[in-house]
Design a protein around this ligand. Sequence first.
Ligand SMILES: Cc1cc2nc3c(=O)[nH]c(=O)nc-3n(C[C@H](O)[C@H](O)[C@H](O)COP(=O)(O)O)c2cc1C
Length: 327
Amino acid sequence: MQYDELMETALMKMEEKGALKRYTGKGAETGYAGRYNREIFKAFGFKFRMIDAVAADTSMTLFGRQFKTPVMCAALSGMTDITDEPLAKIAKGVSEAESLMWVGITNEEQFSSVLATGAPTVRIVKPFADMEKMYGEIRQAEDGGAFAVGTDIDFFFGGKVGERMFAPAAMGPKNSEELKELISATRLPFILKGVLSAEDARRAVDLGAGGIVVSNHGAAIIDFSAHPLEVLPEIKEAVGDKIPVFADSGFLRGSDIVKALALGADAVCVGKALIMGLAANESDGVREMVEILTEEVRRIMSVTGCPDLSSVDESILVRRNLFLQED
Ligand SMILES: Cc1cc2nc3c(=O)[nH]c(=O)nc-3n(C[C@H](O)[C@H](O)[C@H](O)COP(=O)(O)O)c2cc1C
């Protein structure tokens, strides 16, 4: 299926199941941050650099392993209102597309079924107030064969969608010492997800984090949260090439993804678009969606004169403040 067919089929099937409302990405309170997570992409366009351009290569190496694409799955959980065994099905599609799987809230059985697909998988543990629970899940991930682990630090005070709070009592903020202990509790790379300032990015490096995800959690933390595209340049300046920088929140097309790569991300995690692939056509739909987005990224890289991911930088972008209103 093509992108629009996948999206239309997904919307139809989710509507039938009454599942659509949960995946709109509206975000906290007034929903402004949720809308902004899409609007922001209009603030950048691409230059053409055709002379001597070659067909681009989208492959990348991460923690010593080769991937075909910088388009990865966001840390996901739940989704049983869409299909049974959603995480394992997404993992299968992601694995077939030679990309990286990320999971969030899960249990041992579900996590084993994800790993059984052969997908290299990052497990993002919740920042529980109970540190022992975190250590337990980190150990479980490591013993099970996770590719990397981490925690979503933006969830220290819980999440919020509309007026509804998510799990504030079970979560708890962590200081530098506690994060350092968590990071050194595993031999795996430990990723801090939900970094949205150069200050936190710098600290993440100092604490020994293996990577960061620049994210506003799909607008589900606070309204008016910054978007990753707005802070990626300062974060890249703070972090340099010391650790990989991932981005997520609102990425739906290859063009969105290339904008983040140009502003300093090494790879982009995609949540809702892959969920649409899942809803449309199970694991095949997920594989198709990763492949379609990768092909879009590859084509834009070729046209903007970037033969490989290391050559994608800000010089391919124009900034604009004139947006077309039709959509
Ligand atoms: C159904 C669903 C479940 C999610 N579960 C988690 C989770 O358990 N842990 C986490 O850190 N993020 C979780 N997220 C947030 C995503 O990792 C990501 O930050 C967010 O969806 C933004 O990306 P998107 O706009 O491409 O969906 C979840 C998102 C969705 C849509």
